[in-house]
Design a protein around this ligand. Structure first.
Ligand SMILES: Cc1cc2nc3c(=O)[nH]c(=O)nc-3n(C[C@H](O)[C@H](O)[C@H](O)COP(=O)(O)OP(=O)(O)OC[C@H]3O[C@@H](n4cnc5c(N)ncnc54)[C@H](O)[C@@H]3O)c2cc1C
Length: 458
């Protein structure tokens, strides 16, 4: 696509929009182009639409000028997809209204709302929808890829509770997709990422959730504890979802200094079932070893998303896959790999799936990994290009050493990787179906700055 833009073109666009336009000469430009992960790219403008009409205008403008469009919700893409070099960033942060229908137990939220803001708004009515583990992640980005968080075993993925979405397509049309209108598009956006348009509003189911028994449990990471943790998480009722990070202990103020650097399991546990059952469900985890810290308590669900610092983020190399199980031998391998690196921070994150995730057929949404057992992320911090190479090799070796039979990948945790890895996210018929729907709604691959699904030929 050729680029057809002069200096005046953006100035003209500015006059047609209700929202704001931030160009390189404007104050706040560097802040506006900043995304999580430190991707240093210079768009010609960061545009913050005020309404859906603005979104339509920007989509049409980008098409007419040939400028690359990056769509940004919460700015947490691991691949840096929400900032572009020389193109336009469509930053949805001002589209962040959340309307809760308490009686009907549903919510409409605009595409730029964050998971934390949504959880707080719903929590005010003792209601919840599950997103991930981080409040600053955008509900648009996380939901379009799936959404695996603290309620995943009880209520499924975020997409399993998505009822409808308003989408601006590549030709500037505004559609509402749900089970009966544009059902093919509705299927595709439940896992297919930002390939099909700009999602300006999402409607979710809400569940009553007055409180949870939840928080952080820190255990020493022996192979017995790591394997035991996974076995207990697999055996637990669906009301319990866990995220276990195995890592060298950071210098956290609540850990004695002599433990800094020793291997720990830093786990998040959330029990969303009946209050009287919580302690019994968590007891086996607390019994794996004497906890080094135990911050699990009865809290409002929204307290699982504390305020975050938005300073400079360290650069990290990361990779993702699914595993079938973690026995003692595998736990040994995991710990040895973590011990073999001297990265300032390195970790493996293990999330046991199952429960409600498996009760949705694999072909019901574009997220097809319904039978995958454990989601895994491996990450290492680095500074500078030389260290990056070393950390990349370590992550790749680590992943190869622990790989089992599941060759899938969760699209939301992919970095800027090869097209083959995107294929891993969409196995078998899912890929062909996504490509056919892409050809229908975006035949020119206008929305390509994402984990890209090329339109089917012809
Ligand atoms: C610290 C951190 C914690 C995370 N925790 C979890 C977790 O617990 N569970 C989980 O499932 N994932 C998690 N993720 C992954 C996260 O879901 C993805 O990175 C997701 O894409 C981020 O969405 P975003 O809107 O914040 O990011 P952005 O970078 O703004 O968006 C990512 C991409 O999504 C698309 N997109 C975003 N919003 C829209 C929209 N409204 N319309 C159309 N396309 C859109 C665009 O293609 C965009 O490039 C985490 C990521 C990070 C960095």
């Amino acid at each position: 696509m050729s680029v057809n833009v002069s200096i005046d073109t953006i100035s003209h666009l500015r006059t047609t929009l209700t929202g704001s336009v931030i160009e390189p000469h404007d104050e706040g430009y560097d802040e506006a182009r900043r995304v999580y992960g430190g991707f240093d790219r210079r768009p010609v403008a960061v545009i913050r639409p005020a309404d859906v009409d603005d979104v339509v205008r920007v989509v049409i403008f980008a098409r007419e000028t040939g400028l690359e469009l990056a769509v940004r919700g919460g700015g947490h893409s691991n691949a840096g997809h929400s900032v572009t070099e020389g193109g336009i960033v469509l930053d949805l942060q001002d589209l962040s209204e959340i309307e809760i229908d308490v009686e009907g137990r549903t919510a409409w939220a605009q595409g730029g709302a964050t998971a934390g803001a949504y959880t707080a708004a719903a929590g005010a009515h003792e209601l919840a929808t599950g997103f991930g583990d981080t409040g600053s992640v955008g509900i648009g980005g996380i939901t379009l890829g799936g959404g695996i968080g603290f309620l995943v075993r009880k209520h499924g993925l975020s997409i399993d509770n998505l009822l409808a979405a308003e989408i601006v397509t590549a030709d500037g049309e505004v559609l509402v997709a749900d089970e009966s209108d544009h059902p093919d598009l509705f299927w595709a956006i439940r896992g297919g990422g930002g390939n099909f348009g700009v999602v300006t509003r999402l409607r979710f189911k809400l569940f009553p959730l007055p409180s949870v028994l939840g928080g952080i449990l820190v255990l020493p990471a022996t192979s017995e504890v790591v394997a035991g943790f996974i076995a207990e998480a697999e055996a637990a009722p669906d009301e319990l979802s866990t995220i276990a990070n195995v890592m060298p202990a950071p210098p956290m103020p609540f850990l004695p200094e002599e433990l800094h650097g020793s291997m720990i399991v830093l786990a998040f546990l959330v029990h969303s079932g009946p209050e009287e059952e919580g302690d019994r469900v968590l007891a086996p985890f607390r019994a794996l070893a004497t906890p080094l810290a135990d911050f699990i308590q009865r809290i409002p669900y929204s307290a699982m998303f504390p305020p975050e610092e938005h300073g400079e983020q360290p650069s990290a190399v990361a990779s993702t896959m699914f595993m079938d199980g973690v026995d003692r031998e595998m736990a040994d391998t995991i710990i040895s790999y973590l011990e073999s690196s001297d990265a300032s921070m390195r970790a493996i994150q293990l999330r046991v799936l199952g429960g409600a995730v498996t009760r949705v057929p694999a072909d019901a949404t574009a997220f097809a990994h319904r039978d995958s057992k454990i989601m895994v992320n491996v990450a290492a911090f680095y500074e500078g290009p030389e260290e990056k190479v070393v950390r990349e090799a370590w992550v790749a070796d680590f992943m190869a050493a622990i790989r089992q039979s599941d060759s899938g990948a969760y699209v939301n945790f992919l970095g800027d990787e090869s097209p083959d890895r995107v294929r891993d996210a969409y196995p078998g018929e899912t890929w062909n179906r996504l490509r056919a729907i892409k050809a229908q709604y975006d035949p020119d691959n206008f929305f390509h700055l994402n984990q890209n699904i090329p339109p089917a030929a012809g």
